[in-house]
Write a protein that binds this ligand. Structure first.
Ligand code: MG
Length: 365
């Protein structure tokens, strides 16, 4: 099975409710879809969102990096040479992790199709059912409490609460949600770099002494402030998870060496795809550090790939934050991973099992 062409499309899916973090507000998921054609007629699908404030990738940069740097190296390659292809992708251009991720996802999809097996089985197997949390956007306290209660009613047992705005209000937000859900859901906080190290320690100590038990706090400080992250990790009981501070295997090694965080959030858009997500998980596992599998605002094309990795690496990826598809108003993809609120299950369809993408607008060069 040889790669003959790489094509692009745009996929727009409205969100059920605006996605608000300390960094941005988004109302529509608008992602680049990558389609890799092969000489036997099969198509591999990948996807990448623009996350300018996190990875630096934009729609234009994703398409340009693939069209001019990655695609020319891949045309003519045999899909069975997976390691060679991922190496070609990773060395094609510096950074541009979302562009690399979109292409790798499509290549792994084809690799699964080539051998007629779902991707997670080729990655080592696992229990094909996982449970995700859901994001509660940062907002007025009453709105966040109402959103949290609605999520619990929908069956979500873990809530990822976005904070990181005004520290005093943040503490009140979390207290109010904790009181409202009353033990019916685990609470994960994501400050999205919104606090200083001292503010984070103050907020967490205040919450801890008020009896608010948190499963973890994510990225309390600026991405580059690894010292600050260590400062927080050393001083609070709540486990600290690194997100924007850690992209791939090299950052994970540094972070572990410094004992700067307790948990790592792996996202395909940060690692540059599946090959380095696996490396990152393996490095963490070697050091006894657990991981979360997360995603950006993505639909069920690229999130399916993350699901397959999470299933295959579930011994170290102990937490799942793959709520992209459940935040979307509709699911544009008919495929092999079934997203049903908090429960995600994988069928035995080969590769990612994507049969059809509704509303995809092809982009012509
Ligand atoms: Mg995060």
């Amino acid at each position: 099975m040889k790669i003959t062409d790489i094509r692009f499309g745009m996929l727009r899916v409205p969100l059920k409710t605006p996605f608000k973090t300390a960094l941005r507000t988004v109302e529509v998921v608008e992602d680049v879809v990558v389609m890799i054609d092969t000489d036997d007629g099969r198509i591999g699908y990948g996807e990448a969102p623009a996350t300018a404030v996190i990875t630096g990738d934009t729609h234009g940069s994703i398409i340009d990096a693939i069209r001019h740097y990655i695609a020319p190296r891949l045309v003519g390659q045999d899909v069975s040479e997976l390691n060679r292809i991922t190496q070609l992708i990773q060395s094609s251009v510096e950074k541009n992790t979302s562009a690399k991720a979109a292409v790798e996802i499509a290549v792994y999809d084809l690799w699964g199709q080539l051998y007629g097996a779902p991707l997670y089985k080729l990655l080592g197997g696992g229990d094909p059912v996982i449970t995700t949390d859901i994001t509660i956007s940062v907002d007025y306290i009453d709105k966040m409490v109402a959103d949290s209660l609605r999520a619990v009613e929908r069956g979500f047992e873990s809530l990822k609460i976005k904070v990181g705005k005004d520290i005093g209000v943040d503490i009140e937000r979390v207290k109010a949600i904790h009181a409202a859900v009353d033990g019916r859901a685990l609470l994960r906080l994501d400050a999205n770099q919104g606090w200083t190290a001292k503010q984070a320690v103050h907020a967490l100590n205040t919450l801890e002494s008020a009896g608010v038990k948190l499963e973890l706090v994510e990225q309390p400080v600026k991405a580059r402030d690894i010292e600050g992250m260590r400062y927080v990790t050393e001083r609070v009981h709540t486990p600290v998870m690194a997100d924007e501070s850690v992209f791939g295997p090299l950052e994970v090694l540094d972070l572990i060496r410094m004992r700067a965080a307790d948990i790592i959030n792996i996202k395909l858009m940060k690692t540059g795809g599946i090959s380095n997500a696996i490396r990152t998980a393996d490095i963490a596992a070697l050091h006894g550090v657990e991981c979360m599998m997360g995603c950006m605002l993505e639909t069920s094309i690229s999130v399916s790939a993350a699901v397959h990795v999470a299933v295959a690496k579930s011994s170290v990826i102990t937490r799942v934050d793959l709520d992209g598809p459940s935040l979307c108003l509709t699911n544009p993809v008919a495929g092999g991973v079934i997203f049903n609120e908090s429960e995600i299950s994988v069928t035995d369809a080969p590769g990612l099992g994507i049969r059809e993408i509704h509303g995809l607008k092809e982009i012509h060069a």
